[in-house]
Ligand binder design. Structure first.
Ligand code: MN
Length: 716
């Protein structure tokens, strides 16, 4: 293609930037007149805006955006991309606002310009190599329209072409950034021509000496190959013709940076990389690719272990080809690529091939669709969910990650859906545990705020602050979840100790005593005597039901008090807020103010039963495990209850009952329907109620329904 063929032309020395006239005639060759006109308008506008500005090279500034547009014209990008390319530095470098661009050129172009401007604003402060990958991904994730990246890449190409005007230190910095970030992005999107140029220019600026050595050796090697290459090419072309396959055989240019990268990657000598014939055969169909492979293997002996089938298993950027290495003349290796012309176009231009303007195509939706289709395939290769890619953004190559900044400009990678709390824990567990508020893009935001790409997040912590158990319901990162769980475990211990203290006090009341009235060391002494750590440990064990409070109470009694035995045991007060160490029995579903008893369940704290529950019969056998309990007033929560509703069998009756319950602001947790005969059924419902009054109200409402025969609360 024209782009690639111009590549070597400017590599050694640079070339004159194209003027608007040259660009216009290029555009006229593939864009309709009104699109060309729009690009001309953009030019007039940008030229006026940049008036008086000069590039470092001394040329008028406008030459830069025109050159950027020219690069994109070689990729046959559409009119909007071209106009945006010409306007791409107007917002950043002149007084013009995005709104003004939108007014003059419409939203589509303004959005691309805005996207490029935003990318320019991300400055990469601490340029550690480890962050380059994150940075690339973040750039791609941030961009909603792939054309923004196209303009940005073309911008970088032209800046690299004119890098000579920069001071050496700046040159190295830009070159490294180009190799670390921009060339890999071009590669990721499959835009081979741009990737290649960025690599060659970046390599030359960063390592001028190595560049020159490889350049010299390549020239030498090319001289050596001159003797054999035409013969090999002819042999292959003849074989194709005999087999009736229409295809072309071409020599492959070796590129300096890829030679260098291969040397480093494979840890081999320069000669091993460059003293190789490189050929490519392009045919029409996939079937022919495999047939040509067979022909080539018949002509030259293949090297074992060097065949790669990227047709059946494409590379992550969508690249497809068959690769094989043959023993060429004089034993010189012959690397052969075989692909279809479609694959070839993809290998050269990647996503750009899909965005390329095709004659007569007025609808940009079709191009968008093709680009999406390509990305979808790429995403599938990367094992990401294609639906997600399509659903979230137009061009999201990393659908499961979100990239945000710390206030210092470091990049944090979090799972998609991550909140400020996830961010806080990603910074440090201590920050997560003590976070109380967050600022997103310098504005206060709730901790549960879901973060978006490119936001800057600042966490505000407070001394002594603690994680909120409610966070567990919205955090998505493994680290945050584990830290909160760890904390809840500690909290559970705290609750158990608290409950244990109450249970022990209750047991002590029998002796007209309480913990505070005991000698200070008493609990610790008893704990140690029982083989435990200390008094807190003992209370925890009581709270968890592993040590019956009445027995412990007897042990902690000072001897003389022991004699005053006899008062009735005071009941344990159930607040309903204990959550982790107090459970409600699923056999009898107690709700306040049902008369209840508490059962000490080893390891689980206490379980509350209704006092007429059948299971309480066991009371007789293990009296030390059962203790009286009462409800504290106004427990601010709901309790699970179970009712049975007998109904006549009629269509929709279950839905009516459910609707009636919902109408009473009551939640249904579980429903089960059992036929009782031909005419009636029993619906068993578990519902959440505040107390018995609430339960009665719901039952009355159900009973008033025409198809309902009977409503009863499940017997304890
Ligand atoms: Mn620029």
């Amino acid at each position: 293609m024209s782009y690639a063929s111009t590549l070597l032309g400017f590599l050694p020395g640079g070339r004159r930037a194209p003027g608007i006239a040259q660009l216009t005639s290029k555009l006229e060759s593939y864009l309709p007149p009104d699109h060309v006109e729009r690009v001309r308008d953009a030019y007039d506008y940008a030229e006026a805006a940049h008036k008086g500005q000069k590039r470092r090279s001394g040329e008028p500034y406008i030459t830069h955006p025109v050159a950027v547009a020219d690069i994109l014209a070689d990729l046959r990008m559409d009119g909007a991309t071209l106009a945006a390319a010409i306007l791409h530095d107007v917002v950043e470098d002149t007084g013009v606002s995005t709104a003004e661009i939108a007014e003059h050129f419409g939203g589509e172009i303004a959005e691309i310009v805005d996207g490029v401007t935003k990318l320019d604003q991300i400055r990469f402060k601490n340029r550690q190599e480890a962050q380059a990958e994150s940075f690339r991904k973040m750039m791609l994730a941030m961009v909603r329209d792939i054309r923004v990246i196209m303009v940005k890449l073309a911008d970088r190409v032209h800046n690299m072409r004119t890098l000579g005007a920069m001071p050496p230190a700046k040159r190295r910095l830009v070159a490294r950034e180009t190799l670390d970030i921009y060339a890999p992005i071009a590669n990721r999107l499959g835009i081979h021509s741009i990737k290649l140029e960025l690599e060659e220019l970046g390599f030359r600026s960063l390592y001028p000496k190595r560049y020159r050595v490889i350049e010299r050796e390549l020239k030498r090697s090319r001289g050596n190959q001159k003797e054999f290459l035409p013969k090999i090419t002819r042999n292959l072309a003849d074989a194709l013709k005999r087999a009736g396959i229409d295809g072309r055989v071409e020599a492959r240019e070796k590129h300096l940076f890829s030679v260098y990268a291969k040397m480093r990657r494979k840890k081999v000598q320069l000669s091993e990389v460059i003293d190789v014939f490189g050929l490519r055969i392009v045919v029409a169909t996939v079937d022919e690719c495999y047939r040509v492979l067979g022909l080539a293997h018949g002509l030259y002996r293949p090297m074992p272990g060097r065949f790669k089938d990227y047709v059946a298993i494409p590379r992550v950027n969508g690249y497809q080809s068959l690769h094989t290495t043959l023993f060429g003349p004089n034993g010189m290796p012959l690397e052969l690529q075989i692909r279809t012309s479609e694959m070839h176009e993809m290998a050269e231009s990647g996503i750009a091939a899909h965005w390329a303007y095709k004659t007569g195509e007025t609808d940009r939706g079709a191009r968008q669709e093709r680009a999406r289709e390509w990305l979808k395939n790429v995403a599938q290769l990367q094992d990401a969910s294609a639906e997600e890619v399509m659903e979230n953004v137009k061009v999201d190559l990393f659908p499961d990650k979100v990239y945000v900044f710390t206030p210092k400009g470091d990049i944090m990678r979090l799972p998609r859906g991550a909140t400020c709390v996830d961010f806080a824990y990603a910074v440090h567990t201590g920050v997560g545990n003590r976070c109380v508020a967050a600022k997103v893009d310098r504005r206060l935001a709730p901790l549960r705020t879901v973060l978006r790409n490119g936001q800057t997040v600042e966490i505000i912590t407070a001394k002594g602050a603690q994680p909120n158990p409610a966070w567990a319901s919205f955090v998505v990162s493994a680290k945050a979840r584990a830290a909160i769980r760890q904390y809840l475990k500690g909290l559970r211990r705290g609750e158990a100790i608290d409950l244990g203290g109450r249970l022990l006090n209750q047991a002590l009341e029998e002796f007209k005593l309480n913990i505070r009235a005991l000698p200070p060391e008493r609990l610790d002494q008893v704990a140690v005597a029982l083989g435990l750590e200390d008094g807190k440990d003992l209370l925890e064990k009581i709270g968890l039901g592993e040590r019956p409070a009445p027995l412990v109470a007897r042990r902690v009694l000072p001897r003389e008090e022991d004699l005053h035995e006899g008062g009735p045991q005071a009941p344990l007060a159930i607040a309903g807020t204990e959550g982790l160490v107090v459970a409600y029995a699923r056999c009898c579903f107690p709700v306040p103010p049902d008369p209840v008893v508490a059962y000490l369940s080893s390891g689980r704290g206490v379980v509350i039963h209704r006092d007429n529950c059948g299971n309480v019969a066991g009371f007789r056998k293990q009296p030390e495990k059962w203790i009286p309990a009462v409800w504290q007033k106004q427990a601010n929560r709901t309790f699970r209850s179970e009712i049975k509703v007998h109904v006549t069998n009629r269509m929709g009756v279950l839905a009516q009952v459910a609707a009636q319950i919902a109408a009473n602001q009551t939640n249904i947790d579980h429903v089960n329907v059992t036929p009782e005969g031909d005419d009636t059924s029993m619906i068993t419902l578990e519902i959440d109620v505040r107390d018995r009054g609430h339960l009665a109200q719901v039952m009355r409402a159900i009973k008033s329904m025409p198809d309902v025969i009977e409503v009863e609360r499940t017997l304890a």
